[in-house]
Design a protein around this ligand. Sequence first.
Ligand code: KIV
Length: 271
Amino acid sequence: MSVESTVRPVTTLRLTEMKQRGEKIAMLTSYDFSMAKIVDNAGIDVILVGDSAANVMAGYESTLPITLDAMIYHARAVVRGVKRALVVVDLPFGTYQGNSKTALDSAIRIMKETEADAIKMEGGEEILESVQRILSAGIPVMGHLGLTPQSIHKFGTYSVRAKEEAEAEKLVRDAHLLEQAGCFAIVLEKIPAALAARVSQELTVPTIGIGAGAGCDGQVLVIHDMLGINKGFSPRFLRRYADLHTVMTDAVSQYVEDVKSLDFPNDKEQY
Ligand code: KIV
């Protein structure tokens, strides 16, 4: 179903209202104009211009190499394709961990140069000063706890986080700190479902889960994964809604065959 005729932009306030009335929030990533237009028109609530662009758009092993300029390039394209969804942009690695002034400068560049609605940052207490400084400049911030891919070299693995009590308690504390600071939502990535449900119940702001179970207030997936463009990534939490890898491969193979066999273009496909 298309939502083109019923455009009412999603705001951070509307996300809180959705949580209050028990309506789940649907979030997906996008990195370019055409994909964002399709995703927005299909009724998504939040589009994340994730630093997962480093993986699925640029082919890097981790999210660390992507730059602020590259994130701004992707975000500008996405914003041009969106009429309804709230657009959130990841602050990439190295643009906010140093100090709160650098963090604010990075967030301001994103808001000014992309016209997106909000930014997302990974971490809890360690980045709290930066979160507060960005929020006090009037920029909405989405938090991100649990598996935080920008810290992959510290974790050493992409496996489930916060299974032990100490890490789980820190995560709960961090979630409360981010909420008290004024974050409008928090992504919970790859943590036990019971822990994510507890955090979601304790917070008034919505939680958005990825590999964090059904107790979250919303869900997010990377669009390339859920559309089956990317075949090499099959974590347990991922549901594939299409097999675009096969659809696209078949289409390209057919085109190659048609060109080579002189079938394309035919009389009607030329001037
Ligand atoms: O960069 C990203 O796509 C993300 C999601 C996995 C939440 O941060």
